[in-house]
Design a protein around this ligand. Structure first.
Ligand code: AMP
Ligand code: MN
Ligand code: MN
Ligand code: MN
Length: 278
């Protein structure tokens, strides 16, 4: 029996990925992914096209979303897997975040204008092509205009704390987000917990609050993660009786941390989140 390949965290052009949903799904199938979740930032607009594409392939598509949350003055991301995208409260919540993204984009552009970078709002809009606006779209514009050599370098010199174009974002609360996901029948997962640069104490506080709000799983495997980080997350998942999930956080070829489906094998001492739907 060959192992089933799960990639439960990916992005399409509906948010800040570079591949259209159908292309992403086809590419995942070509890479041998068996179960793929499309988890665009704060929107579910890519799911219909992805579902249609998956219907013709030997690939199971999981309907997902990655919701932006403000917690302890920082941003964290919560994935909702197996959500009912038709759920009204969830969609109203996502609409609020999408509207906030537009407001924030204007603030980002104003800041960039102050240091002499003109028309960043229009530039980012052009990359977003009517989809939700993200910092990645600003990053692509800044690379195009020669302000940075690549996307990684943009996120070193712009759009992050204490650099031009940084806005302290006001996203949803953890409690609100988990209520949206759970009411829509979804499974909540803390995305890439190692990437928030939280101390162990703060990480445990976050996981505790998540658990108190009914949170289900930690993404114990994420693209570009150190083995020590994985071991720490697996340990904490066990301690707090949380399930584990895995995903590449693939965005298309430009700003990747890992290729689609190329994630390390799932730890044996962790309860996989897919046990909940098998
Ligand atoms: P936003 O949700 O609009 O604030 O944008 C966050 C997105 O920016 C993340 O989902 C990543 O896709 C991208 N991003 C943030 N930091 C980096 C980084 N260091 N390298 C590449 N992409 C990044
Ligand atoms: Mn992203
Ligand atoms: Mn994320
Ligand atoms: Mn992501």
């Amino acid at each position: 029996m060959s192992t089933v390949i799960y990639d439960l965290h990916t992005h399409s052009t509906a948010s800040d990925g570079t591949l259209h949903p159908a292309v992403l799904v086809q590419w995942a199938a070509d890479q041998g992914v068996d179960v793929l979740a499309l988890t665009d930032h704060d929107c579910t607009a890519g799911l219909a096209e992805a579902s249609a594409a998956a219907a013709n392939l030997a690939l199971r598509l999981i309907h997902g979303v990655e919701i932006s949350v403000t917690w302890n003055q920082g941003t964290i991301h919560i994935l909702g897997l197996k959500i009912d995208q038709g759920n009204l409260a969830l969609q109203l919540g996502l609409q609020m975040l999408q509207a906030y993204r537009n407001e924030r984009a204007i603030e980002i552009a104003c800041q960039l204008q102050k240091i002499g970078i003109e028309d960043a709002f229009e530039g980012a809009l052009c990359y977003a092509q009517g989809n939700i606006l993200s910092r990645t779209h600003f990053a692509r514009f800044l690379v195009e205009k020669g302000y940075a050599k690549d996307i990684q370098s943009v996120f070193k010199h712009y759009l992050v704390p204490s650099k031009p174009g940084y806005v302290a974002s006001r996203w949803a609360t953890l409690e609100q987000t988990l209520a949206w996901i759970h009411n829509a029948g979804g499974i909540s997962v803390i995305a890439h917990p190692a990437r928030y640069k939280l101390t162990r104490k703060r990480l445990i506080q976050l996981f505790g609050e998540f658990k108190e709000c009914g949170g289900i799983a930690l993404e114990v495997i994420s693209g570009h993660q150190q083995p020590e980080e994985t071991a720490q997350l697996v340990g904490l998942a066990k301690e707090l009786d949380l399930f584990g999930s895995c995903g590449s956080d693939y965005h298309g070829s430009q700003n990747d941390r890992a290729n689609l489906g190329q994630i390390s094998s799932f730890p044996v001492d962790c309860k996989p989140v897919w046990n909940l739907w098998q």
